[in-house]
Design a protein around this ligand. Sequence first.
Ligand code: ATP
Length: 245
Amino acid sequence: MRPTDDGGRLLELRRLSSGYGAVQAVRDVDIVVHENEFVVLLGPNGAGKTSILRTVSGLITATSGSVVFDGRDITRTAAWRRTGLGIGHVPEGRQIFPQHTVHENLVLGAYAIRRKRRRADSVTDEILDLFPRLAARSTQLAGTLSGGEAQMLAVARALMSRPRLLLLDEPSLGLAPLMVEELYRYIKQLHVERGLAVLLVEQAVDNALSLADRGYLLERGSVVSQGSAAELRVDPHITSVYLGG
Ligand code: ATP
């Protein structure tokens, strides 16, 4: 794994604010994801979790503060360049191309390496090796996949650009519990075996804290609590509202 110049900080959000016109969704947020770290963003609906991921991948622009990736200020960098720098985003709702096959969806995900055709082919093979369920369905139209398979495809497609940081927005939404378990097993494996850093948004707090190293609790666009997964499990903000304590 390549060390960063900044004490192992792969992603750093410094007093970051962003939003949609008059709506300020994210307020002065400080968040860090270290190399090879699994970090979760928790909080109620509308807390700004999705908007943070969108600001990191460049889908919305910061109104103040900065986004630093691998020691480089990318606050004003175009979204497609951020993909090339190593930020993969799996947005809420999967957003795969239903009229294309599984294989075609993966090739479309090789955006950052699209000029290197041979390399794109070998990455597709490598990704399909990681997801046997998708390999068995590589010629099937993505629109005919089950919800869990479609979510796996969304993750696999984001991996095609070889990210160092994967942004995952509620991947478990609408999936059956067994499928959630399988999906998270793959994600944890990618994190542990390949050193992939993960920034996960998840409503299922118990599940998220069993996967993550560290986390942040957000409310109304601001960080109200943060700590290791073990600390968050006993944090009064979290136990009172989310863990039935
Ligand atoms: P959820 O779990 O419901 O997705 P969240 O914590 O991810 O919630 P965001 O989706 O980031 O929260 O929303 C933060 C705030 O920004 C909310 O007040 C929301 O209404 C607003 N918002 C989100 N998307 C848009 C948009 N496209 N246009 C205007 N306001 C938006």
